[in-house]
Design a protein around this ligand. Structure first.
Ligand SMILES: [Zn+2]
Length: 567
């Protein structure tokens, strides 16, 4: 697993660092550290040979015939968690509509967990397990257009992966149970049965979690109440009233204390360990400014009825929908560091700003395949930049986003292979954000840009989309052909190079783009910093008259993520 669970994997190195910082080093594997993050942006190292996908990844990643034939409607996950035995048991009631006639559907559950029974009404169903997949067979044909509910009972010891992915039975610093989930990489079926893919989401979900009296469970959605079960356990009921990714579904069980606030009608709820209450009350004030900033650019917080929650966990953080988990030590920057290294990051709490940005991109607008995860991470990293712009101004925003240049590797395309549950490279974060900053410069009209990204979000909210949907929308709204730009930045390793050849005697410069996309064409600001002029280079040579000498001729590389070669 490459660095799972803080919001998603940043560099393995970063994951390793934060893992150590989270005090979980006993489980770390220092050998598995990381590619250097200090390579220059233009590095063109040999791409690593992609590992062949495992059968489990193919079965989990492909949207196969027994997934295509049905559409999820709802889940009710109803489980009991035993901290002493380190077990989970219960059922998921899965409601779905058939889209085609059929007698089989595919669900998923990690082989470490036992299937106790699968019922349609009172009738037990047969099933076949194949690595993580569970093919459920029905004795009679299920008919297109009809809705069905099956109850999938399971139990066992959920896998605790070496890092903080999966399901973890931990202890807080005082030795009390602290149990949490973070499973984006390995998949939600590591701890509960579901249709474990990205394309199809339920419309709503109930989460019921029975835990020993005295502990608190915080899950996604609206808190509906708790019920003493009379056997030493209390059931905590939560209701998710929006579509939700499987991997966002989360249990957080601990000795939490709760405080609350609100932003207009939006309830803000915070859950932390008692010893951290004072620190949290100061640090979590930033949640309001964050929500205001994102609402300014994109519109209303997407999960208004479910509220917004921040929940303390021992790993750095994860964007669990309406229940964002937080482990940034109640201080600004990222785990005590200046994250982009240019003095802006220490002004805010990176985890609050980044993980919560995913409520708009990742949780509301979602990718339909992990291959296109830049829709989550590139956009959310760009949302950090917008937060900085809204809060601290444009100059800081440009500094901040360009601080990400040193983290870009350009070793693999941002979009990974589809249908195999592949994890794209970390460039999806940093290069993704730098690309969006570039696109803003291409649009070259801030009012138009802000309207465009607002409308883009509004158009696709609560949907699962692919890059093609993004490109088609931007092309249609701008009237430009941006396909070669998207393709160059997302489907190739290299960024474009602006080639400049000066003829100072003639007072001219020849210019063209060197790019993998033959039709790559992108306007760019060149000349004097105080008085840019926009040229329209393509992959063919053109000539510009300029009084500027080679060493006086600048390119606005803080506004466009490109290389420049001068001769
Ligand atoms: Zn993220």
């Amino acid at each position: 697993m490459t660095g799972s669970s803080f919001c998603k994997r940043l560099a393995q190195l970063n994951v390793f660092l934060m893992f150590v910082a989270a005090g979980a080093s006993a489980q770390a594997s220092p050998q598995a550290t990381a590619p250097s993050t200090s390579q220059p942006a233009a590095a063109t190292a040999t791409p690593p040979a992609p590992a062949a996908p495992t059968r489990a990844n193919v079965l989990r990643g492909a949207y196969g015939p027994y997934r295509v034939n049905n559409d999820l409607l709802s889940y009710h996950l109803d489980v009991r968690v035993d901290p002493e035995k380190q077990t989970i048991s219960g059922k998921n009631s899965i409601r779905f509509k058939m889209l085609q006639d059929g007698t089989r559907i595919q669900l998923d559950l990690h082989p470490a967990l036992d299937i106790d029974k699968i019922l349609l009404g009172a009738a037990p169903l047969r099933y076949v397990r194949d690595s993580g997949a569970v093919f459920v067979d029905f004795p009679d044909t299920l008919h297109a257009g009809q809705e069905y509910t099956i109850d999938f009972y399971y139990s066992g010891h959920p896998l605790q992966t070496a890092r903080f992915g999966g399901f973890t039975f931990g202890k807080d610093p005082a030795g009390r149970p602290w149990i949490y989930t973070a499973c984006e990489d390995i998949g939600a079926s590591v701890w509960w049965p579901n249709k474990d893919q990205w394309r199809d989401e339920v419309e709503n979900m109930q989460i019921s979690v029975a835990i020993p009296n005295g502990l608190v469970d915080v899950s996604n959605g609206k808190f509906m109440g708790k019920t003493d079960l009379g056997d030493g356990y209390t059931r905590w009921d939560w209701l998710v009233q929006y579509p939700i990714n499987n991997y966002d579904v989360s249990l957080n069980i601990g000795n939490y204390v709760h405080f609350s606030d609100h932003l207009g009608d939006l309830p803000l709820d915070f859950y932390v360990l008692p010893e951290d209450l004072d620190k949290a009350k100061k640090q979590f004030v930033q949640a309001k400014g964050m929500i205001e900033a994102y609402q300014h650019y994109f519109g209303e917080y997407p999960f208004q009825k479910d509220g917004y929650k921040l929940i303390e966990v021992p790993y750095s953080g994860m964007e669990h929908q309406s229940a964002v988990t937080y482990g940034n030590h109640f201080s600004n920057g990222y785990l005590g560091r200046d994250w982009t290294g240019v003095g802006v990051s220490p002004k805010f709490d990176f985890i609050i700003i980044h993980e919560s940005g995913h409520e708009w991109f990742g949780n509301s607008v979602s990718a339909a395949d992990r291959s296109d995860m830049w829709i989550h991470e590139g956009w959310t990293t760009y949302l950090e930049v917008l937060y900085v712009e809204y809060t601290f101004g444009h100059e800081d925003a440009i500094k901040y986003v360009n601080g990400y240049r040193s983290k870009v590797q350009n070793r693999e395309p941002i979009i990974a292979e589809r249908g195999i549950a592949a994890t794209p490279p970390q460039d999806m974060y940093f290069k993704g954000a730098l690309f969006l900053n570039t696109l803003r410069s291409v649009v070259n009209d801030d009012a138009r840009w802000f309207a465009l990204i607002h409308d883009f979000y509004q158009h696709f909210k609560y949907q699962n989309i692919m890059t093609e949907d993004v490109v088609a929308y931007f092309n249609q709204q701008t009237g430009m052909d941006l396909t070669p730009l998207f393709d160059q930045y997302l489907r190739h390793t290299a960024i474009p190079t602006l080639e400049l050849k000066f003829n100072e005697a003639d007072g001219t410069v020849d210019y063209r783009w060197q790019a993998d996309e033959p039709d790559f064409a992108m306007p760019i600001r060149v000349g004097k910093k105080t008085d840019w002029q926009i040229i329209q280079p393509t992959t063919y040579w053109q000539t510009l008259k300029t009084p500027l000498k080679k060493n006086e001729f600048d390119v606005a590389t803080d506004l466009y993520f490109v290389n420049v070669s001068k001769e």
